[in-house]
Write a new protein. Sequence first.
Lengths: 166, 531
Amino acid sequence: MTINRRQFIRTGLLGAVALGVAARLAAPHPAPGFAASAADRQLIAALGRGMLGSLPATAPISLVDNTLAAIAGLPLASQAELRQLFDLLQQPLARMALGLRPAWPDASAEQVRATLDGWRYSRLTLLRSAYQGLHGLLYAGWYGDTASWAGMSYQLPASMKGLLNE
Amino acid sequence: MSKLPDLWQDGLAAGWKVTDASQGGPDLKLECDVVIVGSGAGGGMVAEQLSSAGLHVVLVEEGGLYSSRHFNLRESEAYPQLYQESANRLTADKGITILQGRTVGGSTTVNWTSCFRTPADTLAWWRSHHGLDAMQDAALQPWFEQAEARLNVGPWQTDPNVNNALLAQGCNKLGIPYSPIRRNVKGCWNLGYCGTGCATNAKQSMLVTTIPAALASGAQLLTRVRVQQLLLSPGRSHAEGIVGQALGPDGIQPSGRRVEVRARQVVLSAGAIGTPAVLLRSHAPDPYRLLGKRTFLHPVVMSGGLFRQRVEGYNGAPQSIFSDHFLHTQPLDGPLGYKLEVPPVHPLIMAATLPGNGPVHQRLLKNLPYWQVSLALMRDGFHPESVGGSVGLRSDGTPVLSYPLGAVEWEAARRALLKMAEIQFAAGARVVLPVHEDAGLATSWRQAQDMIRQLPMQILRTRVVSAHVMGGAMMSADERHGVVDQTGRHWQLDNVTVIDGSVFPTSIGANPQLSVYALALRAADALRRRL
């Protein structure tokens, strides 16, 4: 049973990777770097729902903006890897092979989280690295934002009050 | 932005020669006596020494110029601006996250100010196992003293913050010896934001000490230049200078502007990933296949302890207490020893580092002020199976470090996670969370032991980080066993000197900045004499 499941995951993953590569090759002029699209924004919002759980009402917008800004600050090689991952996740067959049936915008937070947890504990380091990469980006996107600070009763040192230009 | 006085503003107004290459313009072509690649602990030290000796120095830095007026304590701005790869540099298999500076002053601009001389047992090992007969304690002492005097290294007179005090308290309960950490600060405000750039200029980093002094002596600083390679002579025995590419204002994409610096001497101070990368891209002679090999990281594992009282690990000097006890409980080349310290606990890095997701992770972060975090840095490079990593190049020429973690490292990681949990419970922790994806919250030492013994020790499950990159262009007593001699001079390139942590043949077994400073002063002196 375990072996069958693992074989399925492997085959599914290989197929998914192939699809992702095909999508990349089909793109007319791949820009250097990540070059975010509207679909990327939807995907980040969905991944954020699953990874972070429920956030204050205004958080999802800044989460998407902050995450894209963080990606744009990475070296080109990392941006290219993330581009591949995002292209892959946006392929319906690949997405299903990686554990999520509904399209990203339609998936519930619980469905996305279950998918992410599948990668988190996967035997394949490729899937674990995808999970950890998204974990780092999304948590940096939200907890780097001052809007998250009140929820942790965190603030900058009082002795710097008035000494920092905002 | 900090409104406190910024010596860079005055210096630039007074005519310091600083060129931000990202600002555009024609290709840059310069000539000088010495070109230094990298402005961190090695490059900063040597820049001051050689400029004050009357030599014309050009210092080339990949990062930008950010000084106290830019530092606003915000992680979301500091990491992309001041760190390599936005503080998320990863090893090839993505198993280890590396914190490394990329800004004027290099890692010294963002480090946590901990100062240790190279431990005597490390130097003894270098003499006995690597033939480094010049690495005598007495011979190095004046260089340590000079570095300490220059950077105001001294005992930290203020009480440790709660995060550090709890490490001391736990050690005390268990009879584990610990000591205070010396720091390179002057008039420190005890804020706790060393890692986002010191807004008060108290940290005696290269940014506020040696680099301003070098500029005042006429040195020139180029920022936002990624050095591609050495210009080698036809016989490949000599460097005629360096070529680099200016980066755009984003600090990432090359702008197309070419930078060439011709020099009598080239000093490589780009750090233990950057320096081997420059030599690899240059196809520098490497007859014994040692370049980029034996790169060490002091791999770090961490443990969180949740306390009833507020810890506020974001406030106060980040590191003021350490214990070397577990570096000495087995032979130097036995199971890996580890040094115990604590990291500062700021929201972004804590959120990105703690395991889990969803509501569970939200609860962890809601309690941010109550977390004490301990870290264990493993001493790599002594055990016969601890051979470190190797630096290679991606297809775009950027460096990548491969550092596979093996049984020796994982055994030490488990041992360290157990000990940190024990210490945290002894200090009164209500709950302990080993930083591992498969870990849960342990409410007793017994429960923690049962859990940690079962944890699968694998990359991307066990969180492993590093802030100390060392080796890759190691010193040796003869050309068959290293890349450079005991003063950093390249064995095959007669006017190329490596002055940074790349020259170490093993890890240091302590936070390495002071080791880099002292050996840099010594190497700079030898270089000055050769000129």
